[in-house]
Write a protein that binds this ligand. Structure first.
Ligand code: ASP
Length: 432
């Protein structure tokens, strides 16, 4: 029975991977058919009916059902996590450690991005296009952001999918359950049962992943094609190179030195979450999968993962911060503006804050980039220059955002003796 289960799961991973590759191939094919015979019937059918019709509908359904799980999962899983905490004080310690690591890795990410971009100078010599325009809404002030963490209405927080507010409510509920004796224990049991059911729902939704991944990836590549990346080659190179550098250097060190685990095994197990992050370009939509992998495949105890993963999904966006660092240097170069040390420090600070304030959905990093540019006096409309390539870069940086959440989670779990090394080192643990 267990073997049958394992082999079904193995096939699912393989199918998701095939979905990804087929999505690339199909998208690029449709893109070139459209370019070679733009007015032909085939091309109109492919673009209007297939890409904007079927692919769009199936893709959105997949993303919606993944998002559907966010609120139930954060609420139920975190209540269970808090309720199973033996020592309430350890919650505070956990929170501080996690937050410090999230902020520190983001600040290092921006610094790396600035360094690489300064060396490559991606913007110098780029012809400015007078027609670019981008008018984002002004970001909310810091005070509003702080107040906004605390919900005045839990149902509203849930209906709006405000993850930080749901986290606050779940922690409070979990704490109350610990302190209400028998009454609390009865309700805690219900939450533990609910947790199993909610996890099962995630499993069921994952059966749709091969198709979801296929249509999402095919749609992006059919609409944009790979050539779009070439026009801004140096910028794209800087972003992708720094993303890779950050994963290898920073997450590699965190995993080896703090979590004391094998980074290669870590990445092997994160595979499915990474494909989901790439195809949905949303760490929030990917969160149900990340949480499942971190608990079941990496062996992190629920009491840690249920807190660090939803928090990381909301506040930890190293990939986004890297794009913002590179974009700032790129735009400064294109406008012939010299950035000084003070500007670099300002960028590190604002990009770190902006990444905390960036909602985990596609493209939002661009909006908070406006905040970063504004701080160093660069024209916000210049974002229009990089908007064209942003979707594909967004897919890549979301993979890094998700990896960062899981790497920090492993490190924090290790320090709390909440990382089961037998599960982590077992390549077949909960394989799909
Ligand atoms: N799409 C990113 C994420 O969900 C956020 C961004 O960079 O726009 O993590």
């Amino acid at each position: 029975m267990q073997d049958a289960n394992k082999s079904t799961k193995d096939t699912l991973t393989a199918r998701i991977f095939i979905g990804l590759l087929a999505g690339f191939a199909c998208g690029i094919l449709i893109h070139y058919v459209g370019r070679l015979w733009p007015e032909s019937l085939v091309s109109v059918f492919l673009n209007d009916n297939l890409v904007s019709g079927v692919f769009h509908v199936v893709g959105q359904i997949f993303v919606n059902v993944l998002k559907l799980m966010i609120v139930p999962l954060v609420l139920v899983s975190l209540v269970c996590g808090v309720a199973s905490t033996q020592e309430v004080r350890s919650l505070g310690r956990l929170g501080i450690k996690t937050f410090v690591l999230y902020v520190a890795t983001t600040a290092v990410a921006v610094a790396l991005a600035l360094l690489v971009a300064q060396l490559v100078q991606p913007g110098v010599g780029i012809a400015l296009d007078e027609n670019v325009a981008f008018n984002p809404a002004p970001p909310p002030p810091l005070s509003e952001m702080l107040i906004g963490i605390f919900p005045s209405n839990p149902i509203k927080a849930m209906s709006e999918g405000n993850m930080l507010q749901v986290i606050v409510f779940a922690i409070l509920l979990g704490l109350a359950l610990i302190h209400t004796g028998e009454h609390g224990q009865r309700i805690t049991k219900v939450f533990f049962d609910l947790n199993v059911v909610v996890m099962k729902m995630v499993h069921l939704i994952m059966l749709m992943a091969p198709y979801g991944v296929f249509v999402l990836v095919a749609k992006v590549f059919a609409e944009q094609g790979p050539n779009i990346l070439l026009g801004l080659g140096k910028y794209v190179f800087c972003v992708l190179f720094t993303l890779l550098l950050h994963v290898v250097l920073v997450y590699g060190s965190i995993l080896q030195l703090l979590a004391r685990v094998n980074p290669v095994m870590f990445l092997r197990k994160m595979w499915m979450a990474l494909i989901s992050a790439f195809s949905t370009a949303s760490s929030a939509a990917t969160m149900p999968i990340t949480l499942e992998i971190v608990e079941k495949r990496l062996g992190v105890r629920n009491s840690v993962a249920s807190f660090t993963i939803p928090l990381g999904t909301t506040v930890n966006m190293d990939g986004t911060a890297i794009m913002q660092g590179v974009a700032t240097v790129f735009i400064a170069g294109a406008y012939g503006v010299e950035l000084g040390l003070g500007d670099f420090l300002t960028v590190i600070l604002t990009a770190t804050l902006a990444s905390i304030g960036t909602a985990a959905v596609p493209g939002v990093g661009m909006i908070t980039l406006a905040m970063v540019l504004g701080q160093v006096g660069l024209p916000v409309e210049a974002i229009g220059m990089i908007l064209g390539v942003d979707r594909i870069l967004d897919m890549c940086r979301t993979m890094v955002n998700v990896t960062g959440d899981a790497a920090v989670t492993c490190a924090v779990a290790r320090s709390e003796q909440a990382l089961d090394m037998t599960v982590f080192n077992d390549p077949a643990a909960d394989t799909r």
